[in-house]
Design a protein around this ligand. Structure first.
Ligand SMILES: Cc1cc2nc3c(=O)[nH]c(=O)nc-3n(C[C@H](O)[C@H](O)[C@H](O)COP(=O)(O)OP(=O)(O)OC[C@H]3O[C@@H](n4cnc5c(N)ncnc54)[C@H](O)[C@@H]3O)c2cc1C
Ligand SMILES: NC(=O)c1ccc[n+]([C@@H]2O[C@H](COP(=O)([O-])OP(=O)(O)OC[C@H]3O[C@@H](n4cnc5c(N)ncnc54)[C@H](O)[C@@H]3O)[C@@H](O)[C@H]2O)c1
Length: 515
């Protein structure tokens, strides 16, 4: 019996659209199902909004730092006081809208349709009888394979009286209507724009997640008073502790109060303020942003009927990204893994090839980098030092170099940070953490080295085949690799007394014969 489609993709985010287009380009027949109207300028495109507004904060910070370089804004009055850069959030939002609009054009239904994707707007569910299918808008669609890409949403934590107050989440913080509701702007006599209100008063962010950390810095740079709270002993608990402590120090240097090991157990509205019990401290705030863990969007899909198992963290998948029903695959945040767009896209590619051809391809996260896009950025690939030591014991080396040793970092005035590479004594690279300017761009080089199994290895005279004899343009930030490899070479030499003696003897001899 024939089926209409080779693949049905459920969920029309940029990742779902990416999978659908990739399938259509291979001449597969593909449908993309999304409950919301796929449109340009969707505020749901949280990632681009958040980064666009982070860029506004970044430029504002550069303006504040400009006098260090001898750049001063001209003053308009005779008092010659230094002008403080200000922010018009409504205008900044307009600019962010424009960015999102342009970025999301490529996923418009018209473009997807022209590429051969059947875009279906509606919310549907799986059916088992008489055959496996997906019912949407009273139509029963059938495909050889299905890809679930329905994403995740914030898991509302169990905090006493949380439901009695209004709070923000990373996905809705910039939505103006919601802001107006949440800030209780009900009277017309209140002539402040919601956007302006958003930047007034204090913010308390619960959750040291990548999103919580990035938004803490953006809000602080947009002149808000910010407290970031986490129940763990460090923010970004999955990251190398040295790296996340450096990020924390930077946030604190910018005026953000960071409270670790302070689980929030209770919130309460008292008059126009919110009181929060965090650990043994009571804190007063105007607004709360919840930035904790996510839960998968699985409701209403009738997954149980088609044998798909899931937990509160996500769908149960094998390495080929098959759910417990082998014809149904999944990718992205619904799987509960690392919540990043490029990882979702990587998973979409693997799932797609398995679904369209044969289930042969497996995911390998060992060489996939990711980054927390605060300033300085924190980027990682592979294992942290702690993970490597747990797995390989003493067969682990660690080398690091600091951004302050780079001419380029000095020129940019961005000297905070380091590059830390973790490997085995055989020279195999296990992972790296980079904190610093453009870390998200730099990490790609190490990810490629891990993917291509390129080792940091030494010749008998201590010359590393990777990086020390591979010149980088100067001055650039990528010189950090050259310097880290030199550090590794030095470390090896210091540990090898035989080689040190041989070298000393060699040079003694050469000096003797030269005289
Ligand atoms: C505010 C914010 C900022 C972020 N910033 C970054 C960043 O800078 N870099 C980065 O890499 N990642 C970032 N992320 C994470 C990134 O957005 C996600 O990892 C990525 O979007 C995952 O894609 P997805 O398709 O799995 O899920 P989503 O993007 O959540 O998309 C799921 C889609 O499925 C649809 N859907 C839901 N239920 C159903 C259903 N029953 N049937 C059909 N369709 C359904 C939804 O409408 C949506 O279109 C950010 C996330 C947020 C919220
Ligand atoms: N760098 C990262 O954080 C990172 C990187 C890659 C993947 N992930 C993935 O992201 C997902 C989410 O993981 P997570 O650890 O960020 O989510 P989580 O819910 O476990 O924790 C989120 C943060 O919120 C804090 N928190 C939770 N409840 C709190 C409370 N009541 N009071 C104060 N703080 C509270 C935690 O201490 C933590 O800092 C996981 O699947 C994880 O594998 C995270």
């Amino acid at each position: 019996m024939t089926v209409e489609y080779d693949l049905i993709v459920i969920g029309g985010s940029p990742v779902g659209a990416y999978a659908a287009v990739a399938a259509a380009r291979l001449n597969a027949r593909v449908a993309l199902i999304e409950p919301l109207r796929l449109q340009a300028n969707s505020l749901d495109d949280g990632a681009i909004y958040t980064q666009a507004l982070a860029q506004v904060g970044h430029v504002l910070q550069q303006l504040r730092d400009a006098p260090l370089l001898g750049i001063h804004c001209s003053t308009t009055d005779s008092t010659e006081q230094q002008q403080v850069p200000s922010i018009q959030l409504a205008e900044a939002m307009q600019w962010a809208h424009l960015v999102v609009d342009t970025c999301s054009q490529q996923n418009s239904p018209a473009i997807l349709g022209s590429l051969g994707v059947d875009v279906i707007t509606g919310k549907g569910e799986f059916c088992r009888r008489p055959h496996l299918g997906f019912v949407v808008n009273n139509r029963r669609l059938r495909a050889r394979a299905y890809l679930i890409a329905t994403g995740s949403r914030l898991e509302i934590p169990n905090i006493d009286e949380l439901q009695t107050i209004s709070y923000f989440t990373p996905a809705d913080i910039w939505q103006e209507k919601l802001q107006a509701d949440k800030l209780q702007i009900e009277s017309l006599e209140n002539n402040l724009q919601p956007s302006t209100r958003l930047l007034q008063g204090s913010w308390l962010i619960i959750g040291g997640t990548p999103m919580g950390t990035e938004l803490a810095q953006t809000l602080a740079r947009l002149n808000c008073e910010v407290t970031l709270i986490t129940s763990t002993s460090q923010i970004l608990p999955q990251e190398d502790s040295e790296a996340s402590h450096l990020v924390q120090a930077q946030l604190e240097a910018e005026g953000i109060r960071v409270l670790t090991e302070s689980p929030v157990t209770q919130v309460r509205r008292i008059e126009d303020k919110i009181w929060v019990q965090a650990g043994n401290q009571a804190i007063e705030t105007d607004k709360i942003l919840l930035a904790m863990g996510q839960q998968p969007n699985v409701e209403g899909l009738n997954l149980e009927a088609v044998g798909i198992k899931y937990t509160r963290q996500g769908l149960k998948l094998n390495e080929k990204l098959q759910t417990t029903n082998p014809r149904i695959y999944a990718c992205g945040d619904v799987a509960g893994g690392y919540p990043f767009t490029h990882i979702a896209q990587y998973e979409a590619s693997i799932a797609l090839n398995n679904a369209l051809f044969a289930p042969l391809f497996k995911v390998d996260y060992g060489s996939i980098p990711w980054a927390i896009l605060c300033a300085p950025q924190l980027a990682r690939v592979g294992l942290t030092e702690a993970q490597a030591r747990r797995r390989y014991g003493k067969d682990v080396f660690v080398v690091r170099q600091y951004f302050k040793t780079l001419d380029k970092a000095q020129i940019l005035g961005q000297t905070t940070g380091f590059c830390k590479i973790i490997g085995r004594h055989s020279g195999e690279i296990l992972g790296a953490s980079i904190v610093g300017s453009e870390a998200s761009e730099l990490i790609g080089a190490i990810a490629l080295a891990i993917r291509q199994k390129i080792k940091i290895k030494a010749s008998p005279f201590g010359l590393t085949s990777l990086h020390t004899d591979f010149p980088h343009i100067s001055p650039t930030l990528s010189e950090i690799f050259h310097k880290t490899a030199l550090e590794w070479q030095q470390q090896r030499l210091r540990q090898n007394s035989i080689l040190q003696n041989v070298l000393e003897g060699f040079f003694n001899l050469r000096r003797y014969w030269s005289s």
